[in-house]
Design a binder for this molecule. Structure first.
Ligand code: SF4
Length: 351
């Protein structure tokens, strides 16, 4: 797939931009001051496939906690700062691998300059983040409300300000909860900005609506070759964000790895609890490091045929089911043993 070429930026041990793989980000929802809870959550996110993690830094105690958190995690840590430039400086001094600021709410130019100087001294990138909700008054007036042009202009103004301060180790993010406005803003900024873009649909909602809005928005933007890191924002467990992000990238062919589970929609021929089974299979395969397709089909009439494109599958019958490999029936298994049989086959799989 075509990828919009950007500068390469190093964030801790992860390089983004250029032809680097698209990195998956998430944000902790623990109190950053609570080192233990935050570290535990980051380790869970790492295990799920998170590449870069961001923590809110609303207090000096949170900035200081970063130092301890970093000792036990293995992925780059980004500090998210609003309003207080001293927190940004403290976060950098405590080892943040990148900081995310909206220069518009940091205050005077001197305060932004102080943050930029510290980032330069420690050689860490700054993510310049702009949200549709924080658009400046003059841009709202110029464009007659919140628009894609306004968001882009706001972001580019801030990028220019930091460039004028002598720093170009930057990542840019522009966000809107209006999916199509977000798409248009990314199309516009990608043509004008040499820096990697962090892409996300902000305030996208609960796991259900957030997954849909993020998948549609990210799907379009990524398919146009835009975006170097992504975040799926969900009101829920951040581990869900990682699962969705991985599936979005895999669906677009932008990432390999992980078992893909396909299952039939069920119909009048289904005689087993396929909905329960499919959900259990999805959970069961999460820790198996294979890059294959597993089919979970509801009946033995059409199941084997429909599962042909999968590497392995099961098809339910009455009280029993079939184990299928590449469309060929391998054996009959009792319904209650279908899940364990499939798991054993996967554990023994030679790729
Ligand atoms: S695989 Fe069988 S149960 Fe599932 S939708 Fe097709 S015909 Fe119906």
């Amino acid at each position: 797939m075509y990828r919009n070429q950007t500068k390469k930026i190093q964030i801790g041990n992860v390089e983004i931009g250029g032809d680097n793989p698209i990195a998956i980000q998430s944000m902790t929802n623990t109190k950053t001051e609570d080192v233990r809870a935050t570290t535990e959550q980051i380790l869970r996110l790492e295990a799920a496939g998170c590449d870069i993690i961001r923590c809110a830094v609303p207090t000096m105690e949170a900035a200081e906690a970063l130092r301890e958190i970093k000792k036990n995690i293995h992925i780059p840590l980004v500090a998210d700062i609003h309003f207080d430039y001293r927190l940004a400086i403290a976060a950098i001094e405590n080892g943040a691998d990148k900081i995310r600021i909206n220069p518009g709410n940091i205050g005077s130019r001197e305060k932004v300059q102080a943050v930029v100087d510290k980032a330069k001294e420690c050689k860490i990138p700054i993510r310049v983040g702009v949200n549709s909700g924080s658009l400046e008054k003059h841009l709202l007036e110029k464009y007659g409300g919140v628009t894609a042009e306004g968001i882009v202009e706001s972001a580019l103004d801030k990028v220019r300000m930091i460039e004028e301060m002598g720093y170009d180790n930057l990542v840019v993010s522009i966000k809107s909860s209006d999916v199509m406005m977000c798409v248009e803003a990314h199309e516009r900024i990608a043509k004008q900005c040499p820096y990697p873009l962090h892409v996300g649909i902000t305030e996208s909602g609960t796991v259900y609506s957030g997954n849909i809005k993020s998948s549609v928005g990210l799907g379009i933007i990524l398919h146009e070759g835009i975006g170097n890191t992504i975040r799926v924002s969900l009101t829920g467990d951040p581990v869900e964000e990682i699962r969705t992000a991985k599936l979005v990238l895999k669906t677009l062919g932008l990432r390999k790895g992980g078992i893909e589970v396909v299952s039939c929609p069920t119909c009048g021929r289904t005689k087993i609890d396929l909905i329960g089974l499919a959900n259990e299979v999805e959970k069961m395969v999460a820790d198996i490091p294979l890059d294959i397709k597993v089919a979970v089909m509801g009946c033995v009439v059409n199941g084997p045929g429909e599962a042909k494109e999968a590497d392995i599958g099961i098809a339910g019958g009455i009280g029993e089911g079939l184990l299928i490999k590449k469309g060929q029936i391998v054996k009959k298994v009792k319904e209650e043993e279908l899940l364990s049989t499939l798991r054993q086959e996967l554990l023994d799989w030679k790729q």
